[in-house]
Design a protein. Structure first.
Length: 306
């Protein structure tokens, strides 16, 4: 096992940043066939100023991911094919880790500086009763414009998050062990288990914090089919996680209005970037998103009914 050691300089830096490090924190990484991105992520991860222990939960990678992990001698736990359940894997990560706070980093999320972990954990020092802190994600250079826009809208400086019911991402985050011990991750949801857990934590009086200065590079270029499937899964989970009024779940409010609003915002974005061809693609992309989310939502509501 490779453990980074905390020298005098790093300890002093930690105190200056106000980080309470009672034990060497753990970073839990989930991976599955993520070469070559995991190589970039591990390289940047092991440049962090804070010491940490790496625990990797790998879903039987076959593309060189395991070989890359072994270079860093982290604790590698195999998750057999066909057994990957997001909440169950997250609970396992918590069981295997130590410390008051545990960081989670997806294998394709590349830290952008040596203080990614320090800035993430510093979020717990803002006030008492914080269940989780999540960091900023920025798109990769090859990210297609509309997906890059979605990433920046979701994260950025965090100003847009106040308009949403709830926002969180496990991809680059840290959670409180005390909050997790009071309620574990759902092992029945197939999507949005992180949204479910943090939303329930809020209902119990905990706070969720956004650390905009803790930055990773993370994005995906989806095909229309992939985009549909993603939003189907999120819509299905969203129906189960939250309570809905008749107006909120109506076709107009849940689907049509967001569809029109997103196209308008996409067109404004494309105009500012001088990419008219991308603007023409927006109605097609957003239709795939709308239909996927609507169908998933309907399936979730059926599942939710007693």
């Amino acid at each position: 096992m490779r453990l980074l050691t905390l020298g005098v300089k790093n300890a002093a830096d930690s105190r200056k940043q106000g980080i309470r490090v009672m034990t060497t924190p753990c970073v839990v990484m989930r991976s599955h066939n993520d070469m070559p991105l995991i190589a970039e992520t591990l390289e940047k991860l092991y440049q962090q100023d804070l010491p940490f222990e790496l625990i990797c939960l790998d879903n039987e990678s076959e593309d060189g991911t395991l070989e890359e992990l072994k270079k860093y001698s982290g604790r590698i736990i195999n998750i057999p094919k066909g057994t990957y359940v997001p909440g169950k894997v997250l609970n396992l990560g918590m069981e295997l880790s130590q410390g008051d706070f545990v960081a989670f980093l997806n294998s394709d999320c590349t830290p952008q500086d040596k203080n990614w972990l320090a800035k993430l954990l510093a979020g717990f020092n803002q006030e008492a009763g914080i269940a989780a802190v999540f960091g900023r994600q920025i798109p990769r250079p090859d990210c297609l414009p509309l997906f890059a826009k979605d990433t920046e809208d979701t994260y950025g400086d965090g100003s847009r998050q106040k308009y949403w019911r709830h926002c969180f991402s496990m991809a680059s985050s840290a959670i409180s062990r005390a909050a997790w011990e009071s309620q574990r991750f759902s092992e029945t949801l197939k999507y949005s288990e992180d949204i479910d857990w943090t939303w329930k934590a809020r209902q119990r009086g905990y706070t969720i914090k956004y650390a905009s200065e803790s930055v990773v590079m993370h994005s995906h270029n989806y095909s229309l089919t992939q985009f549909y499937r993603r939003h189907y899964g999120e819509g299905q989970a969203e129906a189960i996680i939250f309570d809905w009024t008749k107006w909120e779940m109506s076709l107009l409010r849940y689907s049509m209005l967001p569809y029109v609003r997103q196209i308008i915002n996409d067109w404004k974005y494309c105009a500012s970037k001088g990419i008219p061809a991308t603007a023409m693609f927006s109605p097609i992309l957003r239709f795939s998103q709308m239909i996927g989310r609507r169908n998933g939502f309907k399936a979730g509501m059926k599942e939710k009914k007693p």
